[in-house]
Design a protein around this ligand. Structure first.
Ligand SMILES: [Zn+2]
Length: 336
């Protein structure tokens, strides 16, 4: 997965904003600035990843108390955050949730401020934000591919795990890959598997997700919503079908999606997700026959609630006992 150089174009308005408008020294909310610059928030978050890398801006991970809403502390890096927290004013002890208690803001770096001051622009005294723009959650930034790729080390500390209340996890696997390796020989099979990874990576990014890792021929990806995860799976299957001839045979992928709570951890020096939702998604994927997407009730609810959800049919609904889960769960087999 190479970075798309076009993305860096989004840096231009960001830089201009800070230099010409006398950009403020205070912490800015990405959602607010995106609106002001007429960009999508996610596009701005992608540009911010480059801006942080280039030393133009600094990131702040701000922790808020889920009880009283007070801002408690902020970190420059995610590995400074701890799972267990206490709010002294209200006395609440809480486990840090990246999608509930952490907001991401950013400010102009020292270097950019000097450049601005040398150009004669003055800093705005305070941030003039529209409170109606929702804050950017810590999880939202972790689901931006450019950030994930450039700041692979921006993850919880090695001995720490941070909670995520709800994230959608997609697992895919190649159907019949052992036979394919045997039939086509390793070099050709390897090339096909790589092509299929690329198709999946593009579909995942197009649907606002992030490619977490490959495990053999399997892929794990995460998304803010189950709708995006299912769309990425359907689009990958459609494209593999369309390119079957060019690729010398159709690669069929099995796919499963679940949305729920999990932990964010650092594994092999990268951000990874672990536990609850991840285990369930992996088990649900194991029920896929290929060219279908197996989902849980949580994901079906996302699909039914979202007007922009892809067209789908429910082929089968059943109770499944999944290894490692205490009780059977209801699963739905979907096709487009
Ligand atoms: Zn509090």
């Amino acid at each position: 997965m190479s970075l798309n150089p076009d993305r860096q174009e989004a840096l231009v308005p960001l830089r201009e904003y800070f230099l010409s408008a006398g950009g403020p020294d205070s912490h800015l909310s990405p959602g607010w600035l995106a609106q002001r610059l007429g960009m999508e928030e996610r596009e701005l978050l992608g540009a911010l990843a480059y801006a942080v890398r280039d030393g133009l801006v600094e990131l702040h991970w701000e922790v808020y108390c889920p009880g009283c809403g007070l801002g408690l502390e902020e970190f420059e890096k995610l590995d400074e955050a701890r799972l267990m927290n206490e709010c002294e004013p209200c006395g609440l002890h809480f486990e840090l949730h990246l999608d509930r208690d952490v907001r991401v803001t950013f400010s102009a770096s020292e270097r950019l401020r000097r450049e601005r001051d040398a150009g004669g622009a003055r800093a705005e005294p305070a941030r003039l934000e529209d409170e109606s723009v929702p804050p950017t959650r810590g999880l939202d930034l972790l689901l931006v591919p450019a950030f994930h790729e450039m700041f692979a080390g921006e993850a919880p500390a090695p001995d720490e795990s941070l909670r995520i209340g709800r994230v959608a996890i997609l697992f895919t696997d190649l159907k019949g890959s052992t036979a394919m390796y045997a039939e086509r020989g390793d070099p050709l099979a390897y090339r096909l598997v790589r092509d299929h990874f690329a198709i999946l990576a593009e579909a995942i990014e197009r649907n606002r997700g992030v490619f977490i890792k490959t495990i053999g021929d399997a892929v794990m990806a995460s998304f803010a919503s189950g709708v995006d995860a299912v769309s990425a799976a359907f689009e990958s299957q459609t494209e593999l079908h369309a390119r079957a001839e060019a690729m010398g045979g159709e690669l069929i992928i099995k796919a499963g999606v679940h949305a729920g709570a999990c932990l964010s951890v650092r594994l092999n020096e990268r951000l990874d997700f672990f536990g609850g939702a991840v285990n369930t998604a992996a088990r649900v994927q194991g029920l896929s026959h290929g060219n279908d997407v197996v989902v849980t009730d949580a994901v079906l609810a996302d699909l039914q609630a979202e007007a922009s959800a892809p067209q789908f049919q429910i082929i089968e609904t059943s109770e499944a006992e999944l290894r490692g889960l205490p009780a059977p769960i209801q699963i739905h087999r979907l096709r487009q």
